[in-house]
Design a protein around this ligand. Sequence first.
Ligand SMILES: [Fe+2]
Ligand SMILES: [Fe+2]
Length: 193
Amino acid sequence: MLGLTLLTDPRWANIAEDNLEEILTDHAWCEQKAASNAISLITNNPEHTDLVHELTAIAIEEMQHFQLVIDIIKQRGYTLGRERKDDYVNQLMKFSKKDGSRNTAFIDRLLFAAMIEARSCERFRVLSQHIRDKELAKFYYDLMVSEANHYTTFLNFARKYTIDVDVEKRWREWLAFENELIQSYGTKEQIHG
Ligand SMILES: [Fe+2]
Ligand SMILES: [Fe+2]
């Protein structure tokens, strides 16, 4: 699925469902961070007009996702907690190339975003298929579709704007790294936990 070589154990969905307030809080902040990431890509690359426009749409959509999640939190009588540390994303950030040319860092930032969209999409799929709550299952199904589109957008921009990066080769490195990394996860009530 989306190039991911290791899929999440469905039992993770039960851990998530048994800790709904926690997973919803973590999820809300994932959406906020996705919006922030799109905004910083816009800020750092204003000369790419189509990227500016498409990522503006994504940033808005991510904040709409944030709004949907905080609405669910409220409807169910929960409270949005503070932002959770996302160890998985921090590890991906460490893997990304920040030195080298401006283009190298830019392309890797796009691949970093594509990677997170791919895994988030896969996690939403697991939730949509395995949680008992029908309303939430439908909600996660819709988000899965949306994040799959974001994944495609980021990957296609990497292909379009590369100057000195072999995107297909670098993307395979990202997938291989993620495949190793994700083996330590899948047991916690976090979207990437
Ligand atoms: Fe989202
Ligand atoms: Fe997204």
